[in-house]
Design a protein around this ligand. Sequence first.
Ligand code: 1GP
Length: 248
Amino acid sequence: MAVYNYLMDVVRRRGAGYIVLIDPDRHTRKQIGELVESACEGDADAIFVGSSIVLNSGFDSLVRLIKRIASVPVILFPGSTMQISRHADAILFLSLVSGRDPNYLIGEQVKAAPVIRHLGVEPISTGYMLIESGKMTSAEFMSNTRPIPRDKFDIAKATALAAEFLGMKLIYLEAGSGATYPVKTEMVQEVCRYIQTPLIVGGGIRKPEEARARVEAGASFIVTGNILENRKNRSLISEFAQAVHVKV
Ligand code: 1GP
């Protein structure tokens, strides 16, 4: 529970946490090292590593590299059971609760659980909800599930509550990497008012003010990936961190 407790402490101290997502395929190892340094210097609270699909081999050694550089927890955000590494501090143990594919609800988890225990990585049970976002995202295509329509707040609320009743420790409202539209602020607000479980919001967030609006709506964590991949945007990291840390 060490990493989960750390995340909850971030929310208590700073109002919300800012997380930088690293997609292993999008950079060279050198660029990944620089991005991790920028994330830590820019006051991000954690690093997520993962993607819907990873083409490059060497995932494990990449996580080791990230862990060596990072001064904040390194948390796996796996698109499949191929993305598990003993070098990470924790892993989001995801169940795709917006979908109806038993493989992503429980199948992959059955395969992964013994491996995760063997490696000694902390699992953080997370209800993963794909929200429709203006285009077909990789997560939608790869999982072959239908996302929740972006204005169907009632379905999002009921799904999040079901995940909470199932005992999940975090709920991830995901528009998908590179989404045209991030999850609507109103949906974040409605879901947050309806459940007690901390909410992660990500996908298509490109501006610090978009992140801030979702924190003010009740999100506990904001994740950005794509927008930081261009080196020119690295200065945005501290702007995102400041926007998300509403208590400091
Ligand atoms: C995707 O929520 C993350 O899983 C981040 O999305 O890359 O669009 O910021 P972006």
